[in-house]
Write a protein of this length. Structure first.
Length: 228
């Protein structure tokens, strides 16, 4: 039977049937590009769902796979790290350091690294502006903003290359988990970023608040390969 038979089976003159067949065919033709646009709207290729999905999945796995290899297959179970303690969160630091003891010791520097975003005189600078870490060594990055201006800590390539355990912010602290893209600190704010660098390299650091990068608020995060 003709694919449009259910439509043309209506009681109508033959000329009307031909008209309906023409309209139905036109609708099918018009629907094809619409489906393509619909797929684009939702970020999906409906014609090739498996290939597209696999490609997207593989990209998401790049950092995770590297982290697993560098961290020796460590699987951190979901855990509450926050405790009723003020910045720099000494109670929480003790709990996290004990859990990540494998990533300390020979070849690893002191995990506590304090960085000031600006100063009391409202200088546009990171203090220090050069942060030196070691690949595979646990880090407690304590950020504070003692100035009267808002600042942020933006190092996208570095952020993508680390395993973030947790970010603690506030007092008592709230927990933020997952990949870090930007850490914004209001005047007087502070936070702790607990991480393990997965990749070695030299990474750009900047404050992206309007005019601050241009004013010289930039720095570098250097992750040296672990030699022992």
């Amino acid at each position: 039977p003709h694919p449009l038979q259910p439509i043309t089976a209506m009681a109508m003159p033959s000329s009307g049937g031909r008209c309906w067949r023409f309209v139905a065919g036109l609708l099918v033709i018009c629907a094809l590009p619409f489906c393509g646009r619909l797929g684009g709207l939702f970020g999906r290729n409906f014609a090739q769902p498996a290939e597209s999905g696999a490609h997207m999945h593989s990209r998401r796995q790049v950092v995770t796979t590297a982290a697993t290899a560098t961290l020796g297959g460590l699987a951190l179970t979901p855990e509450a790290w926050a405790d009723d303690n003020p910045w720099p969160y000494d109670k929480s630091r003790g709990k996290i350091a004990k859990k990540l003891a494998t990533f300390t010791g020979a070849g690893c520097p002191d995990p506590y690294v304090q960085v000031s975003l600006g100063d009391a005189g409202d200088s546009l600078r990171f203090i220090p502006d050069k942060i030196n870490l070691v690949q595979g060594c646990y880090v407690e990055l304590a950020l504070t903003n003692p100035s009267s201006m808002e600042h942020n800590f933006v190092a996208p390539d570095f952020s993508k290359s680390v395993y973030t355990v947790v970010v603690l912010a506030g007092s008592p602290p709230a927990e933020l988990k997952g990949q870090v893209t930007e850490l914004e600190l209001k005047p007087g704010a502070s936070l702790g970023w607990f991480l393990v660098p997965v990749k070695s390299g030299d990474f750009e650091l900047k404050c992206t608040v309007k005019g601050h990068t241009e004013g010289g608020m930039v720095g570098r995060v250097t992750v040296a390969p672990r030699t022992t």
